[in-house]
Design a protein around this ligand. Structure first.
Ligand code: GUN
Length: 289
């Protein structure tokens, strides 16, 4: 039996529609959620992501501004821009696109963002609040994964979940969210011993390592739900300009074993931007009481 393919693109479109309705309702109260995205340098993938964030925020009726800075921008100038966005009452969400060019300190940049406007959920105040179960702005990609999991499975209580990857933006908050949903969580990573064996125990497998097709079909427990967060571009095939986009999971093999699986593209990716808009609305509502 082949797996149910989880349609993240359709789910995200529905979510954005509901968010646009919330934005319209807020307009009646004189509030327009505002998102400020900061892009330093010319990383091509980041330019594409940032362009999509701006377009979709506007489509939802939000105010959206992109601040494009040259790669040579001094740290002090970047921090000054963040200070001005922190102070701007029309800005409710601030996102500094990562990775930053060499020479800029991402940790210092994250610390400079007002935690109430930190729509990436990266500030230690938000990460700490998530860990203790207090209201937090939660990183967008793990939020999106949780929405897809809840939609596919309903109550997650008691499920064995394995998160492959331990980044601050994805793996660690994903583990916290699964724990809060009463899963038994294993955090796996590049140094995990017997990784295929660990994966085979999981009812829910979330792969976020950034390694193309690393998770093989026989690593997956029959019937498991597989959430593939990876977006990896393969080298172009002969005669082609661009390589194929693939996830961290060997999709063709995995779909023959899993109960449900997200595709790449069209799975988790579209959820990240929808959750960014969601966080910006949440921030605007909290700021305006
Ligand atoms: N680069 C890739 N994904 C993200 C994200 O979710 N937030 C930020 N700030 N940078 C990213």
């Amino acid at each position: 039996m082949t797996a149910h393919i989880i349609d993240g693109k359709a789910f995200a479109a529905g979510l954005r529609q509901r968010l646009a309705e919330e934005v319209a309702a807020l307009a009646g109260q004189g509030v327009q959620p505002g998102l400020a995205v900061v892009l330093v340098g010319e990383d091509p993938a980041s330019q594409v992501y940032v362009g999509s964030k701006e377009r979709m925020a506007k489509e939802a009726g939000m105010a959206s501004t992109v601040h494009r800075l040259p790669a040579e921008t001094p740290q002090a100038d970047l921090l000054a821009l963040i200070a001005s966005l922190n102070a701007d009452p029309a800005v409710h969400g601030i996102l500094v696109q990562l990775p930053l060019p060499p020479g800029l300190d991402p940790q210092a940049v994250v610390l400079a963002i007002d935690p109430a406007k930190d729509v990436d959920g990266l500030h230690p105040i938000n990460a700490g609040n998530l860990a203790i179960g207090a209201p937090a702005l939660v990183p967008c990609t793990p939020s999106g994964c949780m929405m897809l999991l809840r939609d596919a499975l309903g109550d997650l209580t008691g499920a064995r979940a394995l998160v492959l990857g331990r980044s601050n933006l994805m793996g660690k908050p994903m583990g916290q969210l699964l724990l809060a949903a009463n899963c038994t969580v294993t955090m796996a990573h590049s140094r995990t011993r017997d990784l295929p064996e660990e994966c085979r125990r999981a009812d829910i497998l979330v792969a976020a390592v950034g390694r193309p097709r690393m998770v093989k079909g026989d690593w997956i427990r029959p019937g498991a739900t597989v959430i593939d967060v990876g977006i990896n571009r393969l080298p172009p095939a002969p005669g082609q300009q661009k390589g194929k986009l693939v996830g961290d999971v060997d999709f063709d093999a995995a779909k023959e074993v899993a109960g449900a699986i997200t595709p790449v593209p069209g799975g988790v990716g579209p959820m990240t931007i929808a959750c960014l808009l969601d966080n910006t609305i949440t921030a605007a509502c909290r700021i305006h009481g």
